[in-house]
Design a protein around this ligand. Structure first.
Ligand code: C2O
Ligand code: CU
Ligand code: CU
Length: 493
């Protein structure tokens, strides 16, 4: 349920966003932030960017003073035959996000963001989760093709003090997935407070392509956050306009040192509500190589790319085009600079971006069609799908296992102008069209999350294979899904 106040807030978002854009555009324009200034360096620009209440601390921190970390890789506790065993404990801890302060966060294994899983196609990962929080959790592997009992259904929770096993077969192509909490009504706050991490599936075929790898393959989780004066994270549902601090791998506007060579950058938008529209340097051309479900058929050159919450975009950037000593900004259209790449050295580079990356089958004939409309109910001010808020006891969509379906997703919120997106569990889908037009090259591969702007209709196609049972589909602006914009499908024999 959303309050009337938050509805008005949502309606005003476009206006507020425009103001933020103006302020940050001014800040971004021609302003080369000092390399390592004192606490007031760059004050003019930063202060404009964070005029919202409660953001003073973030404003006081000069940009590009902290290094962007790479989330630690989770090591298996045992490997037996074809199975790797992992343990993860969910608990509160405090971490340094804003320089010189501590912020209490919710974590997987004490890390913010959570540790990165690196698994192989065809090897089973068994992950034992222990919940040491004071509230239930439900671990979900976003983009994973997993049995219902391991999918983190919102009411299939892990209660405080207990452990449970999640099985991830990894019978799917290499891709940048992520895992995050999904506990009923709490997922928005839990993810916001830190319960999210990368889950990278690799396969040998991918290794043969000789894309940049190892130290030159970097996952980057971007998200926004709102900090109080005491550096605590402030969570209010639908509080889009006050979440003005952008974090890259958990740090505000960090720098990252790179060699003058090619890098694979795996971007994830881990925000609850914010859509990023990113560009690098002076609209530098980069090669998009992958979307949510892994490699595209062929690299596609882009000078910018958008990501709604939950989406992943992978690009290869050739930093050899910049002289050593260059500073290359990654900028968002609204938030301004979010990350700075410092080209500090040369390095050998035998990686490449082949013309063909993967084979993507053309969509099969569909045997069933459905339509879903996402909207804010103007009477009840609830976020709904086809007029109904999520009810874990109601099956909304029954699907015969093995069926290929076409789903027409419409954002019906033209009145309030609220952006939404759409994410079904269990499947990777193909985008057939957006408002009747073919998808862009970057949306022509496998996807599991798709942006749907107000008034738009996107048609997607998926085959619901292998597993039976219940799964959810929802808007991945998770303040919306936590407030009802979610529904349940049941895969039946
Ligand atoms: Cu990121 Cu229900 O998912
Ligand atoms: Cu998911
Ligand atoms: Cu939504």
């Amino acid at each position: 349920m959303v309050s009337r106040r938050s509805v008005i807030t949502v309606g005003a978002t476009a206006g507020a966003a425009a103001l933020v854009t103006t302020a940050t555009a001014a800040a971004a324009r021609g302003e080369t932030p000092p390399r390592a200034g004192g606490p007031h360096a760059g004050h003019g620009a930063a202060a404009h960017q964070n005029t919202a209440r409660g953001a003073h601390l973030a404003a006081a921190a000069a940009p590009f003073t902290v290094r962007m970390p790479i989330p630690a890789v989770q090591q298996p506790v045992a490997s037996v035959g074809n199975t790797d065993f992992y343990v993860v404990t969910t608990r509160r801890t405090s971490v340094e996000i804003l320089p010189g302060t501590r912020t209490e966060v919710m974590t997987y294994d004490g890390k913010f963001p959570g540790p990165t899983f690196k698994v192989r196609t065809g090897r089973l990962a068994v992950v034992v989760h222990t919940n040491q929080l004071d509230m239930p959790t439900a671990a979900h592997l976003h983009g994973g093709h997993v049995p219902s009992s391991s999918d983190g259904f919102p009411t299939d929770v892990l209660v405080p003090g207990r452990s449970r096993v999640y099985n991830y077969p990894n019978k799917q192509r290499a891709a940048t997935l992520w895992y995050h909490d999904h506990a009923h009504h709490m997922e928005a706050e839990h993810v916001y407070r830190g319960l999210a991490g990368f889950y990278l599936i690799e396969d040998p075929a991918q290794a043969e392509l000789r894309l940049p790898s190892g130290d030159y393959d970097i996952p980057i989780m971007l998200r926004d956050a709102r900090f109080a004066d005491d550096a605590s994270l402030v969570f209010e549902p639908d509080d889009f306009e006050n979440r003005n601090t952008i974090l890259a791998n958990g740090k505000p506007q960090p720098y990252f040192r790179v060699a003058a060579r090619k890098y694979r950058l795996r971007f994830l938008n881990g925000s609850n509500l914010r859509t990023f529209a990113l560009r690098l340097g002076n609209d530098t051309e980069v090669a998009q190589i992958a979307s949510d479900g892994g490699l595209l058929a062929a690299p596609t050159p882009v000078r910018g790319w958008a990501m709604s919450p939950g989406e992943r975009v992978e690009v290869v950037v050739d930093f050899s085009q910049f002289p050593v000593g260059s500073q290359v900004l990654l900028q968002d259209a609204q938030a301004g600079p979010v990350l700075r790449f410092d080209v500090t050295r040369t390095a050998a580079d035998r990686s490449r971006v082949p013309d063909r990356l993967s084979s993507i089958a053309s969509p099969r004939a569909a045997t069933n069609e459905r339509a879903f409309t996402l909207s804010l109910d103007p009477q009840t001010f609830q976020f709904v799908i086809n007029g109904q808020a999520f009810d874990p006891n109601r099956v909304d969509t029954e699907i015969k296992r093995g069926t290929t379906e076409v789903w027409s997703i419409t954002n019906g919120d033209t009145m309030f102008g609220i952006p939404h997106n759409f994410h079904p569990h269990l499947v990777q889908f193909r985008v057939l069209d957006r408002n009747g037009q073919p998808p862009s090259p970057g949306e022509s591969g496998y996807k599991d999350t798709i942006a749907v702007a107000p008034g738009e209709t996107v048609r997607i196609q998926a085959t619901f294979g292998d597993y039976l049972g219940r799964y959810v589909y929802h808007c991945h602006m998770i303040d919306h899904s936590a407030a009802g914009m979610m529904a349940q499908m049941s895969i039946v024999p």
